[in-house]
Design a protein around this ligand. Sequence first.
Ligand SMILES: [Zn+2]
Length: 445
Amino acid sequence: VRIGVERLVLGGRVLPDAVIEVDEHGMVAVLGAGNGAGAVDVSLGTAVAGAGNAHSHAFHRGLRGRTHGDGGDFWVWRQAMYALAGRLEPDTYGRLAEGVFGEMLAAGWTAVGEFHYVHHRPDGTRYDEPNAVGLALAAAARRVGIRLTLLDTLYLTSAPGERLLPEQRRFGDGDVEAWLARWQELAGAAGGPSDADDTVTIGAAVHSVRAVPPEAIARIAAALPAAVPLHVHLSEQPAENAQSLAAYRVTPTRLLADAGALSPRTSVVHATHLTADDIDLLGAAGSSAVFCPTTEADLGDGIGPARELVDAGAALALGSDQNAVVDPFLETRALEAGERLRSGRRGRFSPAELDDARSTGGYRALGLAAPLTVGGPADLVEVDAGSVRTTGSDPTQLVLTATAADVLRVVVGGRVVADRGMLVRAGPDGRDPAALLAAALEELR
Ligand SMILES: [Zn+2]
């Protein structure tokens, strides 16, 4: 497959008349520019690299537009979230995820990391297929054509030393060895990590230091193959830091470091309330920090030290988390907006740095090679550079002016998978993500 792009915005530069040759695995074989397109299979106008959504809980989409009258804080919102989690079954969750992944794809997220912990029946017993829910999520991603890293999550306690609450029972495997055995089965059943032809990768996650004791974190950090991405919620709330200090006398970041869980394959999600020592540890480890700015704003979490983390050596990625907003451009802009609000300065990140967090940073966190590099995924997003929002923009600053409404065609693995908001690969009933969502949400009311 040969894809021609009139203006390809990549690495802070505009490549005119770019041609991308895609191999049989959907990876970039050759990337050239300015050499006359010749015959191409797909011809795009202005395009940017694919976007990696490094943190999602697909089912939270069911709360969008329904909790804003509740007031309270993160912990109040969590009660509504748990009530919804309790109603999910593998088939209904699979259909909801298909709508959510479809919305993401049409919005210009070409890859997603699903932080998945709703593993078992509501009473905590296993389904006949112990990975029924995870496999339903993988099937949903394949149906719409988004690239998925399924981050199967270990969840053991409600707080340090405390048993799971009744509404958390379905998240737990009982102990780390049972989780590891189920994870191995999932990795085998879903095609395994880095199967060249597949768009599904199996990663792993520790829910948080609230939900997993240090010995179990150390066990999985040592037991998982080195290439497997490992994610963990980190210091989203001051209460988590207080619990960690009370139970273990160290911050959550120090606890992860002492457990051998901080490395370049590690992604810490939120990283909102950190000490200077925490920032140094994450930077020295070369870990990724996944900011979820629209969620953190919605839940009143706070604004994390993004610039300081990057300056210390950490990589940056973005996530849609609760999916109240599914828009890679708004997420990227909110990262810089948070920096400006906390620092009183503009341009804390350059447009190229922001675009890198949106694309390469997200892919890195998901265990994927950078999109639109030779050997990396042929994933890209065509953007309307002449819309009412974007017209007049320097193409290298489109990331600061476009929204998901400006996304035209979306290409994953060299194939067009969405076109002006509609899914291309799904069956005749499944082309409109809004219709998929409406049907799936109705089932869960
Ligand atoms: Zn999360």
